[in-house]
Ligand binder design. Sequence first.
Ligand SMILES: *Cc1c(COP(=O)(O)O)cnc(C)c1O
Length: 353
Amino acid sequence: MEIKITKTTNPGVMPPESQLGFGKVFTDHMFVMDWDSVNGWHDARIVPFGRIDLHPASTVLHYGAEIFEGLKAYRRADGGVQLFRPMENIRRMNNSAERMCLPLLDEQDAFQALTEFVKLEEKWVPKSFGTSLYLRPFMYGDDEVLGVHAVHRATFMIIASPSGSYYAEGINPVKIMIESEDVRTVRGGTGYAKCGGNYAASTRAGERAALKGYSQVLWLDGVERKYVEEVGAMNVMFKIDGEVVTPKLTGSILPGITRKSCIEVLKNLGYTVSERLLSVEELVSAMESGKLEEAWGCGTAAVVSPIGKLAYAGKEYEVNGGKIGEVTQKLYDVLTGIQWGKLPDDYGWVYKL
Ligand SMILES: *Cc1c(COP(=O)(O)O)cnc(C)c1O
């Protein structure tokens, strides 16, 4: 695939790395590629970062035809830049596209787009451990008619945002509220697709939890509100009585790449990992009997996020004395070690640019 590059005449400067935060600063360029049902994907280009032009009837604005991905470019100590399991993101994006009737990407073209774009924006990959260049590929339908149908026009883009360390102030366990009113999605819905609509539907519960002092919610399944699914924008894992338990992928859970990587690392370290249904009653009784040893969320943004408190039905339970547990810390060390190139990549997960 040929990518036409138009460079900016007005390059920006990287703010001090300690002031980056998340998703607020953008790089100089963006990748754009158009699709229509007659010509397929065409006009792959990298252009100066800027606003996009949308017809007011665009499908994405009315019917939510939108999917996205999130991954990071990491700076190694030797100055080089690397990606973590990028093909997993591309494949997942195609699974999301299929669910939302958006066009599939050619995997190799998408990989080329990602790598060429990151190479061009290399100076925006921050240097300190824990910081990264967050990459946000996304796709939306932009038919210019109001009729409801699979899209005939779409746009694929990649933007990038240098981001600070998630744990700039140290790894502090978070307080999570188990949500028993709103649900995120249901089986048969779009839970396994990374789409904007899932987020639109989950904001209210998150806001309500925040008002009560909780940082995120733990979702229960949408049919019975009985089984634990995931936490906010992360998958979730529990160490119960020596065994690591994580909800199995039933279709309403986002298949996280961090989740998958954690499972592989844990098995390799000799832990028993069980992907199964976990009811909230089982979780509560494990908390009451002291059998819940650790709990953590896992996702690209935080890598792992220890859970220090869980609230359910008006009661609050402390997990592991409100401190990060041994397994959580180990996972953090191994995954961040591989991602930032401090540990050898025995799994073949890293792609060096
Ligand atoms: C992206 C996402 C995750 C985490 O996936 P990773 O591939 O590990 O970053 C988990 N849950 C939801 C709802 C997500 O959108």
